[in-house]
Ligand binder design. Structure first.
Ligand SMILES: Cc1cc2nc3c(=O)[nH]c(=O)nc-3n(C[C@H](O)[C@H](O)[C@H](O)COP(=O)(O)O)c2cc1C
Length: 367
């Protein structure tokens, strides 16, 4: 199949991206602790992938309270921002564009990575059976059960909103080309949206307007801190991730996307459920999303170049983000262009560790 669509430039806000093959956000858990500072090696890793139309970083904390995994970086302290600046410079030097994914993990956390060892916050104190990742004495990533959450106070909710705004300012200072709010995968903003985890009876719980309020307040704060041309969002409609269930109607998700659309964000990033065992989207749902959102739509989750071409051709989406293929193929753009074989993936090195499985996947020319 011809792959012309993937190589067409595309507008993201006022910027032009050179192609539609994006690097999906990928948690790799190699940041320096304490401090959650990204390493210089991350600069090499991301710049190896700078031929992507857009690099989206691994999920990155907006505060120490927003941390759920040992080894995930932040973008809220000056040390973190300085380290990111050098990573961003590396990517720009290779002609790439890079945005940072901002998250607060909410209940997908463990008291041992929380300030003062407190219980992680969520919308309510509903425990969900889900695991996170800590570091063992050899600094290797180990999977552990999360510890029970507590309901955020109103003051803490206001602080979360302020933290997203601060992280957006830090991202701007680091030279990023924008931020992506992580509204997907059962993390804090998603925990507020879903009834399973949100049993509040104040203005942040109950009706869909109230359950969407935190996500929309966060978006508004990020836009205020930068502008709508530099703020995107990732959502995972109809998907169950981290034990937080889809559990609601297509209509509610379309309503939410319309509310996001009202903010004029630079893009909507859909994390589709198929790769995690969920039901694939119907064409009808894809068309409803297209009708609800006016700017760029990015999709991810089990895509091949062929599926990407087909869905761009049909007009459902504008660009595609590749996850696991981007871990294993720094030159994925060139490989798709040439129809070349992809490197074998090594899932055992996805999380934690050093260069192995991080910066040592071969380029085509090295084979
Ligand atoms: C190792 C790994 C880490 C991931 N980390 C993140 C993350 O930080 N933020 C996020 O939104 N999605 C994350 N995802 C999901 C990916 O962005 C992507 O949606 C998923 O891998 C499906 O795309 P693929 O089939 O192209 O791999 C991660 C996936 C993997 C495999």
């Amino acid at each position: 199949m011809a792959q012309d669509n993937l190589f067409e430039p595309i507008e993201m806000g006022a910027q032009t991206l050179k192609n539609r093959i994006f690097m999906a956000p990928l948690t790799r858990l190699r940041a320096i602790e304490p401090g959650d500072v990204p390493t210089a090696l991350a600069g090499e890793y991301y710049s190896q992938r700078a031929s992507a139309g857009l690099v989206i970083t691994e999920a990155t904390q907006v505060s120490f309270q927003g941390k759920g995994y040992a080894g995930a970086p932040g973008v809220h302290t000056q040390d973190q921002t300085t380290a990111w600046k050098s990573i961003v410079d590396n990517v720009h030097a290779k002609g790439g564009k890079i945005v940072v994914q901002l998250w607060h993990t909410g209940l997908v956390s463990h008291k041992s990575v929380q300030p003062e060892g407190r219980a992680p916050i969520s919308a309510s104190d509903v425990k969900v059976a889900v695991r996170t990742s800590l570091r063992d004495s050899d600094d290797l990533a180990i999977r552990v059960d999360t510890t029970p959450p507590r309901a955020a106070t109103l003051a803490e909710i206001k602080q979360v909103i302020a933290d997203f705004a601060l992280a957006t300012k830090q991202a701007k200072e680091a030279g990023f080309d924008g931020v992506e709010v992580h509204g997907a995968h059962g993390y804090l903003l998603h925990q507020f949206w879903v009834e399973q985890t949100n049993q509040r009876d104040d203005e942040y719980g109950g009706s869909r307007e109230n359950r969407a309020r935190l996500m929309l307040d966060v978006i508004d704060a990020c836009v205020e801190a930068w502008d709508a041309d530099h703020v995107g969002i990732r959502v995972s409609p109809q998907g169950t991730f981290n034990g937080v269930e889809a559990g609601y109607e297509e209509d509610d998700n379309i309503w939410l996307i319309e509310k996001i659309n009202d903010r004029g964000l630079m893009y909507l990033h859909l994390s589709e459920p198929d790769w995690a065992g969920g039901t694939p989207y119907t064409d009808g749902f894809r068309q409803r999303i297209r009708d609800a959102f006016g700017n760029m739509i990015v999709a991810a989750g089990g895509y091949t170049a062929e599926k990407a071409e087909k869905n761009i051709e049909a007009g459902y989406i504008d660009a595609v983000a590749f996850g696991r293929d981007y871990i294993a193929n720094p030159d994925l753009v060139e490989r798709i262009r040439e129809g070349a074989e992809l490197n074998e993936q090594h899932p055992e090195t996805f999380y934690g560790g050093g260069t192995e499985g991080y910066t040592d996947y071969p380029f085509l020319a090295e084979k």
